[in-house]
Design a protein. Structure first.
Length: 196
């Protein structure tokens, strides 16, 4: 059977995606149109990228996601700040930062990581930094374009006060296509632990 490309994520409300689309439009009009932009409807918080997986293990993945999610109740995050990975001097990824109960999001990601390692998925080499990817630097971008990106990021503030309720975790399939990635939700695990 053909393998499928999977990741675990938190999805965003439509209102938030619309606001991120407006931010992208504003940044493109400030000279960043050459970046490879993520379609607003595809922007999400990646908790764990699984890569290509044999379909036979999907049931086990879902079981582990359910176990990790069951230990959490819903919580709120917000969107704040604009930045790049790994640094302004050599940007590769343009992102929006998160605020609010980000610590709980990090703990949730750690629990998912631990559970999925039991199925043979490798631990992440980098520390989990919660963010939303807006765009990526295209190969071959000129130094002047990269400098313009750094300047725009340095002078652009972003603070969206709409609260984002994190109340579920999704197992998503990603199909790569010429026009961009197409995402399909395979499973949704609710965060429903009641506060004591």
């Amino acid at each position: 059977m053909e393998s499928v490309r999977l990741f675990v994520s938190v999805e965003l409300p439509e209102e938030v995606k619309r606001e991120l689309g407006k931010l992208g439009d504003r940044l493109r009009s400030n000279g960043l149109e050459t970046l490879k932009w993520v379609a607003p409807e595809n922007i999400h918080i990646t908790l764990k990228f699984l890569g290509y997986v044999q379909p036979g293990i999907i049931k086990d993945i879902i079981l582990e996601i359910n176990k990790a999610s069951s230990a959490f109740g819903p919580f709120d995050i917000g969107l704040k700040g604009l930045g790049v990975f790994p640094a302004l001097s050599r940007p590769q990824v343009l992102w929006v930062g998160l605020s609010g109960e980000v610590g709980r999001l990090q703990i949730l990601a750690g629990q998912l990581e631990e559970k999925l390692m039991g199925l043979g998925f490798a631990a992440e080499k980098r520390r989990f930094i919660p963010h939303l990817t807006l765009a990526r630097v295209r190969p071959g971008m000129l130094p002047g374009e990269l400098q313009a990106l750094a300047e725009v990021v340095s002078r652009t503030g972003f603070n969206f006060t709409y609260p984002v309720k994190v109340n579920c975790v999704n197992l998503m399939q990603s199909r790569l296509a010429a026009e961009g990635a197409v995402y399909t939700r395979l499973h949704q695990a609710k965060l429903k632990l009641k506060p004591v």
